[in-house]
Design a protein around this ligand. Structure first.
Ligand SMILES: Cc1cc2nc3c(=O)[nH]c(=O)nc-3n(C[C@H](O)[C@H](O)[C@H](O)COP(=O)(O)O)c2cc1C
Length: 369
């Protein structure tokens, strides 16, 4: 990424402030299925504080009205103690969503997020995730039924507020997780096949008391390819009567600064892969120390131990670590040989030897090339 020379003139005291008006930016950790489960969230939060809320990988709500054990384990309060967490639900049925919301509310969660962005064919063909965006009439009815049923269930759905109120509520959740109201947020793409879908989607979102609209500024058919469509994001932002969170391709401090300069009205940024590449990204953006090699070593070691204690089978633990290394490995140059050995490791011993090699032989840097 080309560095904007103006970035060098930033006053570190202004970091974490929206440069345009001095407002504080709230950072949210994106859900990544298979990666940002509770061990990741706990360890990241304890070592790199600064994330206002972690969104869980999606839990599927279906006709069984039961979550899988693995999904439940990810949201059990004891596994999320002290970590601001928002459960994410994947479904296209209002009754199933309402059931999930009530279940999450019982567990003490105050914001529940609906996944309208998953691009995987298995979900899209079932008209879930990004697949749900294609049928706007059905989506509209889904929300209508959802909010009616939540009202019938006697649940107080908190009204939409300003970004400040939204941020205040996220903070209050941490202090008073058991209060008896709930917020519903969505994480959406700009459309399934065409950015022109965005206009209709925003009209629907505006009709309902949603607390936050997280926009991953790509179409579903883009998966993760190409660049986010910032022009369409800008139009959605203008059109939204709800607080908006931007998501997509913020990998470095410079990316964040460039984004906030272009969109000073955005108070929420959700980051996924950028945090996996550089877990200290927010600290760095706020003017703190860049990621240190030693803390990355400790972080990876702690993740390894945490996965070991909750996942059975060495290969399964290594599978998680291999995935994490595809991101964290970007912090090194000259370590390709060892990163390849990590990918190929078939035993804990060979994994550990390869990981040690990355730190020993690789050249550590904090910028993604
Ligand atoms: C491996 C992987 C798993 C993901 N799982 C989820 C998920 O469970 N729910 C969701 O809303 N988005 C999911 N996403 C999308 C991310 O939350 C995020 O929107 C996307 O990576 C763009 O943000 P980023 O550029 O900051 O990573 C996933 C992305 C990846 C790469």
């Amino acid at each position: 990424m080309v560095k904007d020379p103006a970035d060098n003139n930033r006053n570190p005291a202004d970091n974490n402030r929206n440069p345009a008006d001095g407002k504080e930016i709230r950072f949210l950790c994106a859900p990544l299925e298979g990666i940002t489960g509770f061990p990741f969230r706990q360890i990241h939060h304890s070592m790199f504080p600064g994330i206002a809320a972690y969104y869980t990988p999606f839990l599927v709500a279906n006709q069984t009205m039961k979550f899988k054990n693995k999904e439940m384990r990810d949201v059990l309060p004891e596994n999320n103690a002290g970590v601001p967490t928002v459960p994410q639900i994947l479904t296209n049925r209002a009754d199933q969503f309402v059931h999930a919301v009530l279940r999450m509310q019982e567990l003490g969660y105050r914001e529940i997020n609906l996944n309208l962005g998953c691009p995987m064919p298995m979900q899209v063909t079932k008209k879930r995730g990004a697949g749900f965006l294609a049928d706007q009439d059905v989506l509209d009815r889904f929300f209508e039924e959802t909010f009616q049923e939540l009202e019938h269930a006697g649940l107080n759905v908190e009204e939409t507020g300003t970004s400040e109120q939204c941020a205040g509520r996220i903070k209050a959740d941490r202090e008073n997780p058991a209060a008896g109201s709930v917020r519903v947020s969505v994480k959406t793409r700009i459309g399934l096949e065409d950015a022109a879908e965005a206009d209709g989607l925003m009209k629907i979102f505006n009709r309902y008391p949603l607390s936050l609209i997280v926009i991953h500024a790509r179409r579903g058919v883009d998966f993760y390819k190409g660049s986010p469509d910032l022009d369409t994001f800008g139009k959605m932002l203008e059109q939204s009567s709800h607080p908006v969170c931007y998501n997509g391709d913020l990998f470095t401090t410079e990316d964040i600064v460039r984004f906030t300069k272009r969109f000073p009205a955005v108070d929420f940024l959700m980051i996924g892969r950028g945090l996996l590449q550089n877990p200290a990204l927010i600290r760095e953006y706020k003017g703190g120390k860049p990621l240190q090699e030693e803390e990355l070593r400790t972080y990876m070691q702690r993740l390894f131990e945490a996965y070991h204690s909750v996942i059975s089978g060495d290969m399964n633990v290594m599978y998680k670590m291999k995935e994490l290394w595809t991101y964290a490995g970007t912090q090194f140059t000259g370590a390709d040989r060892f990163l390849k050995q990590i990918r190929k490791a078939r035993s804990i011993e060979s994994y550990e030897a390869a990981a040690a090699g990355v730190f020993r032989e690789g050249q550590f840097h904090t910028k993604v090339l």
